[in-house]
Design a protein around this ligand. Sequence first.
Ligand code: M6R
Length: 356
Amino acid sequence: GKSGYDHYMLKEIHEQPVSLRQCISGRVDELDGRITVEELDDLGAPETVQFVACGTSYHAALYGAQLLRAAGIPANAYYAHEYATAPAPVSGDDLVVGVTQSGETADTLSALREAGGRGAETLALTNVVGSTAARESDHVVYIRAGPEIGVAATKTFSSQLVGLNLLTARLADRGVERRRDLVDELRGVPSDVQAVLDESNAAAVVEEFVDADAFFFLGRGLDYPVALEGALKFKEITYEHAEGFAAGELKHGPLALVTANTPIFAVITGDGEAARKTLGNVKEVEARDAPVVVVTDGAAEAGQYADHVLKIPRTDERLTPLLANVQLQLVAYHMAARLDRAIDKPRNLAKSVTVE
Ligand code: M6R
């Protein structure tokens, strides 16, 4: 049942501290700072990694590819439906990772089969034990999020992000990983998420935008997939027009859409160059009178330029995007609840897309 929540989606959002704890259980060792993914003991050291995925899982894949590239491993993310018909060059030295909650998405299965047929090693990052992707791939890593009933993926996305950090740690160091900073911060993620859930003002913020024309989500670097995911979740369950943009592309077109009636949700985490530049984009949309909501850990003083701030705890910059996404899950949920939408079963959508 829904355990007292109005919707499965809200229940699953609130389950994240538990599902994330399950995901890291036995895999990150506090005492010696090791990250171990037992399922990958027999995985070699691939030269490149290609991700194939759809929807929310594709957004996780975009994030994963960035993590790997930052760790020095060439990696790219592809829409599974594109990959199946226009595959990237691949050989036996490459790893193709299907990111798929259900393990049953037809396009992702086709892409994995295509890659395997051309000699690549394949890996399924999935939630469902014994799913087709798990059975057909050379390797499988389970994200252990527990069953997800809501059509909108929530807790499985955050567990995918953690799973991708585990995979990156495993591949970057080829075996035993000693990176205490990430281990400590990974162990802190469940309580960081709990803090977001306890303190979020998302419900009050969306109340101001019930009559908006459209909703735009901006981010760059690791915050870009979060912006895309924020917009997907929002359109999926509110039926309002929502788009995610790469903040750096704003001036190359999307800015033409920005008005006083298009709220902008800017994801700005960390205090690096990316955060500083997105802050510049926030100033540009403000100059067009757009209402601005900044999702931030506060490091970039982003709050000063925002009408509203959705605050997240500070942690390792690889993990703040996960926390920012929790705020955007709540934004989508509360707007959909306010508009009285069919949150757990949005019109026209199925939980798993088993035809191409
Ligand atoms: O089971 P999968 O992760 O392969 O599913 C992929 C997409 O169909 C899925 O993420 C979809 O986009 C969700 N409904 C998003 O909330």
